[in-house]
Design a protein around this ligand. Structure first.
Ligand code: NAD
Ligand code: UGA
Length: 473
């Protein structure tokens, strides 16, 4: 099997499937890679001649697509054909939190994984290695195997093995993460299949960075990695609240603790709470699994990580209202940044969504600017009244701004929610001249130079630093 893998099919052309397969295609020119998705519109976007129309924004992705697409990288909605021709199939479909039924609000909804497994069971031919790329609850491989075993028992020509190969890329740095990962994790119980996948990665990953385990350890490691990362953010965010009360500075605290190599300096940036499609869903999934196995105390421990995250978002919207004399009704507020982090157009679970909703519900008129998030996406996420003209600006609305200056014009406050580079070095003198008095800046990422902004008479609140110099005004 090791040397027989020539055709790869990846089910799911999303944030993981697209970039991952683009890097595979680039690093392994001898492989033919077909990324299939049931969403025809998404497939068309991946095939778009205009590379600015690719369905996701990731630095370096457009270059890889233009280099490999049409050569050994293809996007299609023809499952049947590409599943049937594949030697190896990656399942890279979405696994959101269930919204109804057993485990609703916590367990992962595996219906897309199950559907993919059924498609593979039906169309695959001969020997096929099935690889879990999606993040899945521990023991999911058992479900996939059961579906595949059924079809194997009916058609003796079909033979399946299942591997777990979770993806650790972070959005905004996906291509670099895929090209230079900290590690590649492969779980399985069939040595030939494991080696076939190891062999592919060896095209660009040093051997000592490839970890092989059993299936269950691999599946559980992915959930655990995300839970640990999210836990660090909730930990530092809880400390940020204490810094604001005591006069300590969160940046100094992060530096001081992060230089201890046992703690490490990464993931100690306080902010408006973690967003993204995975941290919350993966922790809730872990909580569900704990409860399923009767480990309720442990479940509660992890649940707190999500609770603190929700609290941080609420804490920030509340303090904005308090600082603006206890009401934002009819006030104009500029929102800078809507994506869940910089360098991505993804808004899933973005803290901007809940903070904006709170402010709109309190009567604020928001002007939202993000360099990469579309007007339509903000409309879908907020799902609240949009002001299209001056007379719509009553109490509680939002408008789309195409530039920073459009967003901040005549505003009472600016709220920086995403740490985009262009928000770090704003021209405070000019900004002050365009805002109403008193002019507030709420820096939920602690990225601006407070002294510089205060020099021009702006009032600044910064996460983990508070608004300590306000008495100077
Ligand atoms: P996504 O929603 O962007 O993409 C999933 C795609 O799968 C969609 O385009 C959908 O149409 C397609 N799909 C669903 N069912 C299908 C089916 N039966 N046949 C064909 N296509 C189907 O999701 P994503 O962000 O790429 O995440 C995918 C998985 O990877 C999730 O389990 C997620 O937890 C995990 N993950 C995500 C990231 C990330 O940064 N987004 C990182 C690591 C792991
Ligand atoms: C995260 C993990 O970092 C990836 O390893 C994992 O593969 C992925 O989830 C996944 O499974 O989906 P991602 O969500 O794309 O990646 O981005 P992160 O960089 O982890 O940021 C997540 C959230 O935490 C963002 O809202 C970010 O702004 C926030 N964050 C991050 C902080 O508030 N402070 C930090 O110090 C770091």
């Amino acid at each position: 099997m090791i040397n027989k893998v020539r055709n790869i099919c990846c089910i799911g052309a999303g944030y993981v499937g697209g970039p991952t397969m683009a890097v595979f295609a680039d690093k392994c020119p001898n492989l033919n890679i077909f990324v299939v998705d049931k969403n025809k519109q998404r497939v068309d976007a991946w095939n778009s001649e205009d590379l600015t129309k690719l369905p996701i924004f990731e630095r370096g992705l457009d270059k890889l697509i233009s280099k490999r697409r049409g050569k050994n990288l293809h996007f299609s909605d023809n499952f049947k054909k590409y599943i049937s021709e594949a030697d190896m199939i990656f399942i890279s479909v979405n696994t959101p939190t269930k919204t109804k039924g057993l485990g609703a609000g916590k367990a992962s909804d595996l219906k897309w994984v199950e559907a993919s497994s059924r498609e593979i069971a039906e169309y695959a031919q001969g020997e096929t290695i099935v690889v879990e790329k999606s993040t899945l609850p521990v023991k999911t491989a058992q479900t996939i195997k059961s579906i595949l075993d059924e079809s194997q028992s009916i058609n003796k020509d079909k033979k399946f093995t299942v591997l777990s190969n979770p993806e650790f890329l972070a959005e905004g740095s996906a291509i670099a993460d895929l090209e230079f990962p900290d590690r590649v994790l492969i779980g399985g119980d069939n040595l030939d299949s494991i080696n076939a996948l190891v062999n592919i990665y060896l095209n660009w990953i040093p051997k000592d960075k490839i970890i092989t385990t059993d299936l269950w350890s691999s599946e559980l490691s992915k959930l655990t990695a995300n839970a640990f990362l999210a836990q660090r953010i909730s930990s530092i965010n809880s400390i940020s609240a204490l810094c604001e009360r005591t006069g300590a500075n969160i940046k100094d605290v992060s530096l001081a603790i992060g230089t201890d190599k046992r703690i490490g300096k990464e993931f100690l940036n306080a902010g408006p709470g973690f967003g993204g499609s995975c941290f919350k869903k993966d922790i809730l999934n872990l909580v569900y699994i704990y409860d399923y196995y009767g480990l309720h105390h442990e479940a509660k421990y992890w649940e707190k990580v999500v609770e603190i995250n929700d609290w941080q978002k609420k804490r920030i919207s509340n303090l904005i209202i308090e600082k603006l004399f206890g009401t934002v009704s009819g006030k104009k507020i500029a929102i800078l940044g809507f994506s869940f982090k910089a360098n991505t157009n993804d808004t899933r679970e973005s803290p901007a969504i809940s903070i904006c909703k709170e402010l709109i519900n309190e009567g604020g008129n928001l002007f939202v600017y993000d360099p990469k998030v579309s007007h339509e996406q903000i409309r879908i996420d907020l799902n609240l009244p949009e002001a299209r003209q001056e007379q719509d600006l009553n109490e509680g609305s939002w408008s789309y701004a195409t530039s920073i200056s459009e967003a901040i014009k005549s505003s009472d406050a600016i709220v920086i929610i995403t740490e985009w580079e262009e928000f770090k070095y704003l021209n405070w003198k000019e900004i002050k001249s365009k805002m109403r008095n008193p002019s507030w800046i709420f820096d939920t990422r602690s990225i601006i130079n407070i002294c510089e902004a205060e020099k021009y008479g702006l009032k600044v609140w910064s996460v983990g630093k508070g608004s300590q110099n306000i008495s100077n005004f």
